[in-house]
Design a protein around this ligand. Structure first.
Ligand code: 5GP
Ligand code: ZN
Length: 136
């Protein structure tokens, strides 16, 4: 049915255009593609990890998916493998730096109240000092 087809395709095309424009402006997409330099500590087919520009602990690494996903609210079941890879990469890096037994913190900030400032999901890995609970 041609009418139905154009109705369903138009929003998808608009979404794709918006997505491409967001990606070209996204600082983490640009770190992933190498346009902006970063101290990368891990790269594989799914994720990239690099040192935070403004570290809040002796080890402060950000683990990001190669693919642009703006917030945790945008995840779908298709992304479960990516999120698993992000968490396992953080655990691997913590172990590699000798913090696995002593402990470390991992954080996903989502939107304003949590203080998300870069809208490409990232898992903070923080280690090398004690952390308080509840968080600030
Ligand atoms: P959020 O507050 O969104 O959870 O965390 C964003 C993090 O990205 C902050 O800790 C900030 O220091 C870090 N960050 C922002 N821009 C850059 C950048 O260009 N390079 C690196 N390495 N980290 C960045
Ligand atoms: Zn991005």
């Amino acid at each position: 049915m041609p009418g139905l087809r154009s109705q369903t395709l138009a929003p998808r095309e608009r979404d794709l255009r918006n997505r491409i424009s967001r990606m070209s402006e996204c600082v983490f997409c640009r770190i992933v593609d190498g346009t902006i330099p970063a101290a990368k500590v891990h790269e594989d087919a799914d994720v990239v990890a690099f040192t935070d520009l403004n570290p809040q602990a002796p080890l402060h690494v950000l683990v990001v998916p190669r693919r642009h996903i703006a917030t945790l609210n945008d995840l779908t079941a298709d992304d479960d493998g990516i999120v698993g890879a992000m968490v396992r990469t953080a655990a691997h890096l913590a172990r590699e730096h000798g913090y696995d037994e002593r402990g470390y913190r991992t954080v996903f900030n989502c939107n304003r109240d949590a203080g998300q400032t870069v809208f490409h999901i990232h898992l903070h890995l923080l280690a090398g000092r004690g952390f308080t609970w509840p968080p600030g």
